[in-house]
Design a protein. Structure first.
Length: 359
């Protein structure tokens, strides 16, 4: 008789039930957070500025982790230079904000609302262009060779920012307007997840997954592997640039030190811990790794030791990450939609039957 070696979480029934209820629970928590923060407009300061800052950082990390997962998890590449694209977006958006000047025809609040998405888009496009430039010559490489190339690119970006006058070198750029708030960070995090989710479940996403599974077989089936690898790299770089712009307008100060190789490793850790290829896992891991250092802050000097030890234990007992390659189950929402459609069809049939009987 075989013994049961899997944990309760890994049993098919338990996993399916957990995946089905995870998305509704997450959305409920998100709606509750929005309501609590919206109450500030009525004089109820329920969520402190400290916790709102953590939430903003969590949303930014979600953008970074999900965008890197498109490159590393979905397409099967090995990039550890994501902080370089983040730096490009941060510097471009910050410099544009500081040099755009005052718009005479609108108030400062309206200018911020109109200007902020534009500078974030510009930062994202600049990062995407950088991803395209670095992607075309290097994505013919594979494995650790590609990792070394992307690591070198990230360091090149940091060194360039360290030596240019326009970026103020090691002194960094201070006095960046604090445009990033809970609503902006949440909006761009949700957009990132929705857009990349749809890319993954499209024909383009299936081509990327085919490259991850077997690049030679994908080429034999007629898939342009170089095109899809560059596309994945460029899209991931774009969202990393947007995240960099959000971070710059949240911290109000940026310097090359904030975009070193350790930042790239931190983002990679979120992807690996959540599960390579799982968007859901990247979201959960980004939230956990953002909150965990703050939860352990009362331990002072020991908190980073415990933080690192926790990650080691998780990797030993869950090497495939929180989710592996699994995603949340949308059956809950499909059942709601299906039941609503069935009710409408039933009511229409009853109306037609009643009209036929009266005739």
């Amino acid at each position: 008789m075989e013994t049961e070696t899997t944990t309760g979480l890994e049993k098919p029934e338990a996993v399916e039930k957990w995946r089905t209820h995870l998305l509704p629970a997450g959305l409920a928590i998100l709606v509750l957070l929005n309501l609590l923060i919206f109450m500030e407009h009525f004089g109820f300061d329920i969520v402190s500025r400290y916790y709102k800052g953590i939430l903003i950082l969590a949303f930014i990390n979600i953008i970074l982790a999900v965008s890197l997962n498109l490159i590393n998890g979905i397409t099967g590449l090995f990039s550890i230079g994501h902080a370089g694209f983040m730096a490009v977006g941060a510097y471009v958006s910050a410099l544009l904000t500081l040099n755009m000047g005052r718009w005479e025809l609108v108030s400062s609040q309206v200018q911020a609302v109109l200007q902020f998405p534009l500078v974030l888009l510009a930062g994202g496009l600049a990062a995407a262009l950088a991803g395209l430039v670095i992607g075309i010559p290097t994505l013919r490489l594979r494995g650790e060779y590609l990792a070394i190339a992307t690591l070198g690119f990230g360091e090149i970006i940091r060194v360039v920012a360290l030596n240019l006058n326009i970026t103020r070198g090691a002194r960094g750029i201070p006095s960046i307007p604090n445009y990033t708030n809970f609503w902006w960070a949440q909006l761009f995090a949700v957009l990132t997840v929705v857009i990349i989710w749809n890319i993954v479940h499209s024909n383009h996403g299936r081509a990327m997954v085919a490259i991850r599974e077997d690049e030679i077989a994908a080429e034999a089936m007629g898939i342009n592997t170089t095109y899809y690898k560059v596309l994945s790299f460029t899209i991931g770089a774009f969202f990393a640039g947007v995240a960099g712009g959000l971070l710059a307008h949240h911290l109000t100060f940026i310097s090359p030190k904030g975009f070193d190789v350790l930042k790239s490793i931190e983002i990679l850790l979120m992807v690996v811990l959540g599960g390579l290829g799982s968007i859901t896992g990247s979201v959960i891991a980004a939230i956990v790794l953002t909150a965990l250092p703050e939860v352990l802050r009362f331990l002072q000097a020991y908190r980073m030791v415990i933080y690192a030890g926790t990650l080691v234990v998780l990797m030993i007992f869950r090497p495939q990450g929180f989710f592996g390659r699994a995603e949340v189950n949308l059956a809950f929402f499909k059942s709601l939609f299906r039941s609503r459609v069935e009710e409408e069809m039933k009511s229409r049939s009853e109306e037609r039957g009643g009209n036929g009987g009266s005739a």
